[in-house]
Design a protein around this ligand. Structure first.
Ligand SMILES: [Zn+2]
Length: 494
């Protein structure tokens, strides 16, 4: 059986064949941290988390990178409105974002680059585009010259000539005279008085939004990745501009597969703040179980729009109760029995529907097929009846548990989320960490404690914490985890 997915670039379903068999490099555009996350963010990150989990279940090693845009007009404006330091706005919202994602059972990315941490890479990228004449300096700004890139519009299907007459609303705000073409977009913005700014070869200022992703994709994952994903509103201009920047720079396709999730509409209107129907994730989960929301999202195919209404969410909450009750019943009834036999017929059907462009709504139908008999038997038992054919029921429960874990409806600990990476430039990946731990062990054995400490501190600076402990065989071993997540990613190295 083969996995096919819809590629926005070709507008067709295509066979999924990553550049390196078995390895998937995936980049998802993250949030601009100026406010709390809303239901649209909730949908997007549930969808990409589910894709990631499924790929891992399917046997791929997935490296998942998702950025934070931590410098932007909206952040600066918010800081001014609230009379706070912009960095405080950023930190508060990153913390809130992480809490929201955890509530929705969304796994942490392997790497979460922030724009302000990659300024030297961003500057070097811009300089490269200037050298190749894809970009030009105009006073303190630097702009991308879209006329120079022949493929401009290939992702969104937009033609630059039509765009010029139509002047889309999301085209860069400044229609300044120094631009050669109104569609040219800013790579670097000149510092304005009273606004945060950073030094660069182009003078003091800050990066544009699009360039950060191009620079961070390249730095964290390389020139060509397998999946680049985001909300459908990012197709244009953001992803179109990322393609223009990256492909002009490297001459290689930025991503083999471009994936986009559909909008969420509240009572049939496209969700936006201006319509006054803005709902945050934390507001929602005061009223509903976060897993009911996750199930609600996965009931619809990820590319289709979703209508959010209270009635629809209440129905999803009922559905979630069925799955939850079945899981709990199985836990009480069978957890003492140590057997690990999922039903291959269900696993195969699950794979068949998920292999068809991640059809989570069909996958959920299978989960209900498994959950309903369990709940029925539970009800019989509650009324004093006996459980018949416990062997078959136990298998159903185990299958349900496994497949619910793939859809992220329950926490799982036995799923290997971070595999080996092929990137050698980036220390944060597992293989590089393991190599450093081995080197540190060697230094300690040679009583070179200064070197051992240097390696420990270098890893610490990158958020990797080492713990020395005695293993089962009495020998000392070093395990590690990421500072931001002591539970999800730990690996033993002797
Ligand atoms: Zn992006």
């Amino acid at each position: 059986m083969a996995l096919v997915l819809y590629n926005t670039l070709s507008r067709h379903k295509e066979l999924f064949e990553p550049h390196t068999p078995g390895l998937v490099k995936m980049y998802v555009c993250g949030v601009t941290v100026y406010d709390l996350s809303h239901l649209g963010h909730g949908r997007a990150y549930i969808v990409w988390d589910t894709v990631r989990r499924y790929l891992v279940w399917r046997g791929y090693y997935v490296t998942y990178v998702q950025n934070f845009t931590d410098i932007d007009d909206k952040i600066i404006r918010r800081a001014q409105e609230e009379n706070r330091d912009w960095r405080e706005v950023v930190e508060t919202n990153i913390k809130a974002y992480r809490e929201d994602m955890e509530a929705l059972n969304i796994l942490k990315p392997d790497v979460t680059p922030r724009a302000t941490e990659y300024l030297p890479d961003i500057s070097a990228f811009i300089q490269g585009l200037v050298d190749k004449e894809y970009a030009y300096r105009a006073k303190g700004d630097v702009y991308y010259r879209i006329r120079k890139f022949p493929g401009y519009g290939k992702l969104s299907g937009k033609n630059p000539d039509q765009l010029r007459s139509g002047a889309s609303t999301r085209v860069e705000e400044q229609q300044t005279a120094q631009k050669e073409d109104p569609l040219d977009f800013a790579l670097w913005k000149d510092a304005k008085p009273g606004e945060p700014s950073f030094e660069s070869p182009f003078g003091s200022g800050r990066p544009g939004w699009h360039i950060e992703c191009s620079a961070m994709v390249q730095k964290c994952l390389g020139d060509s990745i397998d999946i680049h994903a985001g909300g459908e509103d990012l197709q244009f201009p953001h992803h179109e501009n990322e393609i223009a920047q990256s492909e002009a720079m490297t001459g290689k396709p930025l991503a083999k597969y471009w994936m986009h999730n559909g909008f969420i509409r509240i009572n049939s209107e496209k969700m936006s703040k201006s319509l006054g129907n803005f709902t945050t994730i934390r507001e929602l989960i005061k009223h509903y179980d976060p897993m009911a929301f996750r199930l609600f999202i996965l009931q619809t195919h990820y590319r289709a729009p979703i209508d959010f209404t209270d009635t629809a969410l209440e129905a999803a909450a009922k559905g979630w109760e069925t799955i939850r009750d079945a899981l709990l019943f199985g836990e009480q009834e069978f957890s003492a029995v140590s057997s690990d036999s999922s039903l291959s017929s269900y696993r195969e059907r699950f794979q068949e529907v998920m292999d068809d462009d991640f059809n989570t709504s069909e996958a959920l139908a299978l989960l209900f097929e498994l959950a309903k008999p369990l709940v029925k038997v539970r009800n019989v038992k509650v009324h004093g009846g006996t459980v018949e054919n416990p062997g078959a029921l136990m298998q159903e429960w185990q299958t349900l548990k496994e497949l619910a874990g793939v859809l992220g409806l329950i926490k799982v600990t036995n799923i290997n989320i971070s595999g080996p990476s092929t990137s050698s430039s980036f220390l944060k990946f597992d293989d590089d960490i393991k190599e450093q731990i081995v080197l540190r062990g060697k230094a300690k054995a040679e009583k070179n404690f200064a070197e051992a400490d240097r390696i420990r501190n270098e890893l610490k600076a990158q958020g990797i914490v080492l713990i020395d402990k005695k293993g089962a065989d009495g020998k000392l071993e070093t395990i590690w985890h990421r500072e931001e997540d002591p539970t999800a990613l730990s690996a033993g190295v002797h």
